[in-house]
Design a protein around this ligand. Structure first.
Ligand SMILES: [Zn+2]
Length: 215
């Protein structure tokens, strides 16, 4: 059993875009030669999947920028390849739209490294100030909570804590540390939090207001 500190979940961004070649004729280039690249470096990574229920060739750009071409029953890889090349304009527009989230992923990676470097150190500092010892700390990518504390004293922290003002981050750390004393949210528990973190009400308000945007 774990006690978590939840935050409001927002809907996940859409993951796929599909066009049908015959019904979306406006998207088809009028001069094929003008969009067919001469160098392979301009062609994004393409992979093919066969789908016997598909009735036409389908193009999809994955989140990682790869292009998936669905081959319908009776279709061929050669036609699928030609189909994809005819729609490279559309593909590159879709891939441009992906760029911000790709950058976001890189940034996330470095923020998670920062979290692994900084959060355990800060948690142990705050624990020592309270005369507590933490046995095990994990930095995680929880989708619904800022932190949790298990019965075995294992504290898990969300890497997104490094995006918060230090006072709010410290409140979350103290919140989990106080669960080492009381594994509930009783009035007695909140008295412990208030004693260790006098500004905890403002921190909780900050989390309610700004927390969902940190996802
Ligand atoms: Zn709690």
């Amino acid at each position: 059993m774990q006690l978590g500190l939840p935050f409001t979940a927002a809907p996940v961004a859409p993951t796929r875009v599909v066009i049908a070649p015959t019904s979306e004729s406006a998207l088809a280039p009028t001069r094929v030669s003008s969009v067919a690249p001469t160098s392979d470096s301009e062609i994004p990574p393409i992979y093919f999947v066969r789908h016997r229920l598909a009735r036409r060739y389908l193009l999809r750009v994955d989140h990682d920028g790869r292009v998936r071409v669905t081959i319908p029953r009776g279709g061929s890889k050669r036609e699928a390849d030609a189909f994809a090349r005819r729609h490279l304009d559309w593909v590159s527009r879709q891939r441009e739209r992906l760029t911000p989230s790709t950058v976001g992923l890189e940034e996330r990676r470095s923020l998670r490294m920062k979290a692994r470097a900084e959060l355990p150190v800060r948690l142990r500092e705050l624990a020592a100030a309270q005369g507590l010892t933490v046995t095990r700390i994990s930095i995680r990518n929880q989708r619904t909570r800022w932190g949790s504390c298990g019965r075995d004293g294992h504290i898990s922290l969300n890497w997104r804590l490094v995006l918060m003002p230090p006072a709010v981050r410290d409140y979350v750390l103290v919140h989990e540390l106080m669960h080492l004393r009381r594994l509930d949210h009783s009035p007695a528990y909140w008295r412990l939090v208030a004693a260790a973190c006098p500004g905890y009400r403002e921190a909780r308000q900050w989390l309610r207001t700004n927390g969902p945007a940190l996802r």
